[in-house]
Design a protein around this ligand. Structure first.
Ligand SMILES: Nc1nc2c(ncn2[C@@H]2O[C@H](COP(=O)(O)OP(=O)(O)O)[C@@H](O)[C@H]2O)c(=O)[nH]1
Ligand SMILES: [Mg+2]
Length: 405
């Protein structure tokens, strides 16, 4: 059946960011949104490549939707000119709204397919990856994610700085939203397909760039499949990521943290962590400072940290995760949790101690400041593994996001 583009009146900037259920039967199975801002140099090549690939697996059953934010380089006009050759291409040009994630949602709102997807418009996502993503959906996945961190995935020539920022952003996400971030290897990916039924009717509120975390957090996503891909170097144009994008990301994480209703346990966990830090710092001062006991740094640090670990375990077990531990009563269960917690934290302690020595004895940073920095870093390690192992031993429903934070 030939593709018939629906009327263009399907975009309404005032409407809430919510995907409608599929109302009319449509030959379109996949709607792939391409958000663009100043991508005139790549949009033609991308559309051609995508159509060539999709014609082989979904002939007449897909649509591409370019959502452009009135780019000054006339990306939208160029895309419209392609429509004659590619009638399966639709173009939305937003005048009043801006932002990558909302552009994708607006595109999905106008989409006809039962499966919705997103791919960048700058060819950094290799178009042929669609040939691997679609079969995952066909096999039953609710969500198929193109991942830079799955097998055979990667980034091409990122600087060390960009790699650190990317991984750091992911770690912050893991700490704030472990139930969301631990579900896929690359939660910050901008390349994925999702079944409409998983997000239809759910009010979305993405901020900035990272729509996948919104889908994972709020959607009814049960089965997830991933495929590795190499994030290509940009050949033309430039990235639109700015400081504001990073702030929007943090805002998004905090907003999700609060709206997922797990604020109580997260705040409790943070408070316990702070109490452990105080115990650690105070004891280190008492044991190591020459005006007090004057023990050597390594012994003092080990003792201070172990006492802090015990302090944290007790508070977390009795207070932070009481809703979990109540379901596993008895001293044996508690001992098991303590053992897991202690092993994870002891490995963290080795890391912590090495960092203190490195920072204070090699780099000459005052030992208390070095200790504070080391604790800050190791907290990420401890939280991630403990939320996965120690207090995650209780069953969670497959769709219960953020359930163990
Ligand atoms: N519609 C729209 N698209 C955007 C916006 N910001 C970025 N994009 C598009 O989203 C994709 C990814 O953006 P990019 O800046 O390349 O991010 P990076 O690859 O992570 O550096 C590209 O196709 C951009 O043109 C925006 O504000 N609105
Ligand atoms: Mg890019």
């Amino acid at each position: 059946m030939p593709y018939v583009a629906p009327a263009s009146s399907t975009y309404s900037p005032a409407a809430p960011l919510q995907i409608p259920p599929l109302s009319d039967p449509s030959p379109v199975r996949l709607s792939l949104v391409i958000p663009t801002y100043n991508e005139a140099s790549s949009i033609g090549s991308l559309v051609r490549q995508l159509c060539a690939h999709l014609d082989t697996i979904l002939p007449g059953a897909y649509e591409l939707i370019v959502v452009d934010d009135n780019s000054p380089d006339h990306t939208a006009k160029l895309a419209q000119e392609l429509q004659e050759e590619f009638p399966q291409l639709r173009v939305i040009c937003r005048q009043r709204e801006r932002g990558l994630a909302t552009a994708v949602v607006r595109g999905w709102q106008a989409a006809c397919g039962e499966v919705l997807g997103v791919m960048d418009g700058d060819l950094q996502h290799p178009p042929e990856i669609i040939l691997k993503l679609w079969p995952l959906i066909q096999k039953g996945a609710d969500l198929a994610v193109g991942s830079r961190y799955a097998e055979s995935g990667g980034v091409s020539h990122w600087s060390l700085g960009r790699r650190i920022v990317s991984r750091g952003a992911q770690w912050i996400g893991l700490v704030l939203l472990p139930g969301v971030f631990s579900r896929v290897s690359d939660p910050l990916s901008g390349l994925f397909l999702v079944r409409r039924q998983c997000i239809a009717g759910i009010p979305l509120n993405p901020k900035g760039y990272k729509l996948l975390i919104e889908v994972l957090a709020r959607g009814r996503v049960r089965t997830i499949a991933e495929v590795g891909y190499i994030f290509q170097e940009r050949q033309n144009g430039e990235s639109k990521i700015q400081l504001q994008t990073c702030l929007q990301y943090l805002h998004h994480l905090i907003y999700l943290r609060f709206s997922l209703g797990q604020v109580g346990s997260f705040l409790r966990f943070s408070t316990v962590g702070l109490s452990g830090t105080l115990v650690d710092m105070a004891l280190l001062y008492v044991l190591h400072d020459p005006t007090n006991l004057g023990w050597d740094l390594i012994t003092s640090k080990l003792v201070a940290s172990e006492v802090a670990i015990l302090n944290n375990f007790l508070w977390n077990d009795l207070w932070t995760f009481r809703h979990v531990t109540r379901l596993q009563p008895g001293p044996l269960n508690r001992l098991q949790r303590l053992a897991k917690f202690n092993v994870i934290c002891l490995i963290g302690l080795v890391l912590n101690t090495s960092l203190v020595i490195l920072l204070s004895e090699r780099l000459g940073i005052h030992y208390l400041l070095a200790n504070l920095i080391a604790i800050g870093i190791v907290v990420f390690w401890n939280f991630y593994l403990n939320s996965k192992l120690s207090w995650r031993s209780v069953e969670v429903k497959p769709n219960s996001v953020g359930g163990k934070s």
